[in-house]
Design a protein around this ligand. Structure first.
Ligand code: DQA
Length: 165
């Protein structure tokens, strides 16, 4: 039986602002999956890195990973107006999903697209992204550090980010 329950939670409107971090299919296998391409860090390491980075700006994170397109759409719908911004590594859905693109086009905060590997140095089918032209920025080939860079950039550009008084 496939568990379609999203690994998401609806944000507390009284809590700190948050960055939404979405990871798509097969990224739950990081650490075991093609380590020569993706390295040895795990999804848990990425989510911890994101939490640590966001906390330096007084922000929380909400993280979701799914192998199911609709579950990722539901996470975007849950968080689309509340998140300071979205960090999205949609995995293979990057190259296939108009539906995920359409959902991410509705978010209030900006989107940063992240890929661990340099997709442009790989197979031609990885060169096209349905997300890049609606993203504020795209980070590829920086390993899991790319997620940190993406959060730093969101804090710099999002109208919903906390600002010094
Ligand atoms: C990826 C690149 C995609 O082409 C691939 O399908 C992935 C991972 C990356 O992080 O490098 O699953 O998004």
């Amino acid at each position: 039986m496939v568990d379609l329950a999203p690994r998401t939670s609806v944000p507390d409107p009284t809590g700190p602002g948050f960055i939404a971090v979405l990871n798509g299919p097969n990224l739950n296998l990081l650490g075991q999956r093609e380590p020569e391409i993706y390295g040895r860090d795990t999804l848990a390491d990425i989510e911890q890195l994101c939490a640590d980075t966001a906390s330096t700006f007084g922000l929380d994170v909400r993280c979701a990973q799914s192998n199911h397109e609709g579950v990722l759409l539901d996470a975007v719908h849950d968080w689309r107006t509340a998140a300071v911004g979205f960090v999205v590594n949609a995995g293979a859905f990057t190259h296939t999903s108009v539906a995920l693109r359409d959902a991410l086009a509705t978010t209030t905060g900006p989107l940063m697209e992240v890929h661990i590997s340099n997709v442009h140095a790989r197979e031609p089918f990885r060169h096209h992204s349905y997300l890049s032209d609606i993203a504020a920025g795209v980070i590829v080939g920086c390993g899991i550090q790319g997620y940190r860079f993406a959060i730093e950039r969101l804090v710099a550009i999002s109208p919903l980010a906390p600002r010094e008084a």
